[in-house]
Structures are given as C-alpha cells and as structure tokens.
Design a binder for this molecule. Sequence first.
Ligand code: PRP
Ligand code: URA
Length: 209
Amino acid sequence: MASVSVIGHPMIQHKLTIMRDKDTSIASFRRLLREIAHLMCYEVTRDLELEMIPIETPMAHMESPSIKGKKLVFASILRAGNGLLDGMLDLVPAARVAHIGIYRDHETLEPVEYYFKAPSNLEDRLIIVVDPMLATANSSIAAVDNLKRRGANNLRFLCLLAAPEGIKKFTEAHPDVPVFTAAIDSHLNEKGYIVPGLGDAGDRMYGTK
Ligand code: PRP
Ligand code: URA
C-alpha cells in the first residue's frame, strides 16, 4: 500500500545538486529550495480531483474545471519545512497552513514537539506535510501521528532528500501516506545525518549552527 515517488525532473535534480554543494550561500540555498518547491508542488498535486463549475466569461457562460473539496492544508515541520512551504504557497496561495514545531534531540534523535497549530476540519481536507529531510523519520512520523490524532485521514508527505532507513520506517508507520522525494541517498551516518545529503537543512537555510 505504501507509495514512494522519486521526482526525477531534470530541473529539480540540477537545483538539488547546487543545494548540496557546501559552498552554496544561504541566500541561494533558500531560493533554490523555494524554486524546487514550485516544481514538486506541481507533481504532488497532479492528481487532485476536479469538478465543473459554472462561470461567465466576457463572451459566454461555460462549465469550467475547478479543484474539488475544501482548501488544501500544507503542514510545515519547523523549521526547515518553512522553506518548502513558502514555495508551495506561491503556487497555491489559498491553501491553509499547519505549523508543527518538532526538533530532534541531538543525542537520542527522538523528536521533541514544542508547537502545533492547524486549521479546523482536518478530517475533510487533503494535507500535504512538508519537510526537506527524511532521515530517521522520527520527526515526520511524530508529525503525521499528531495530525491523525486530530482527525486527518488524507495525507501526503513531501521532502527533498530521504534516507533509505527513513523511508522504510515512515512507510511502515504510515503505509497510507504517499511519500514524494527528489532523491533517496545512500545511508544515515552515526549521528543520524543523511549521506551524502546536504548537511543540516535548518542551519543552511537560516545561518545558524
Ligand atoms: C531536521 C529536519 C527534519 C528532521 C529530520 O530538523 O528539518 O525535521 O531534522 O530528521 P529525522 O527524520 O531523523 O527526524 P531538526 O531536528 O534539525 O530541527 P530544526 O530545523 O528545528 O533545528
Ligand atoms: N536533518 C537535517 O537537516 N539533515 C540531515 O541530514 C538529517 C536530519
């Protein structure tokens, strides 16, 4: 039942290569993540259901396609999720936003949750959870657990880079949540970082260390 899609579009792959480079500036890193989010948003929403709605053009009445159902929710796992979120909102400005504050403890790699704020009626909406990094999957599993506890039942997870270990753990925990990523890297190192990866996504986006 679990579905994992690697989005191999050449524009995404080219931009990702620049992001991985350790000498890429913070400004470029942030801009590239936003641009990749545009391209990935296109893929993750490509099968959204449409309905015909009546409109009046300046010339005539017509029935025209419109996305069916309640507004989408983009759920950003703080901090780095916000880099993808900004690009997604460029494309879907009317989307609702959930913010989920989670960081992983550097020693245990266990997720520490510190904030949660989401729109109402999660049970009626498609929720796209965004975080550039799927490493151990502890953070993303906790985020999806939290959303499901509040009624969410139609979710997708979008990331930039994934480790094989994280993909396995996430899809076992949430086989009903399709995963979209731009790349699946080699492995996790002993500190839980993706190799070859791109380093710490939050630090590279915001200039922290
Ligand atoms: C990073 C990243 C993910 C998490 C992935 O966040 O943005 O949320 O690590 O790792 P995992 O799959 O092993 O849980 P981080 O914990 O560094 O939080 P921060 O950006 O707020 O510092
Ligand atoms: N979080 C990151 O930001 N980078 C990794 O490689 C793993 C987790």
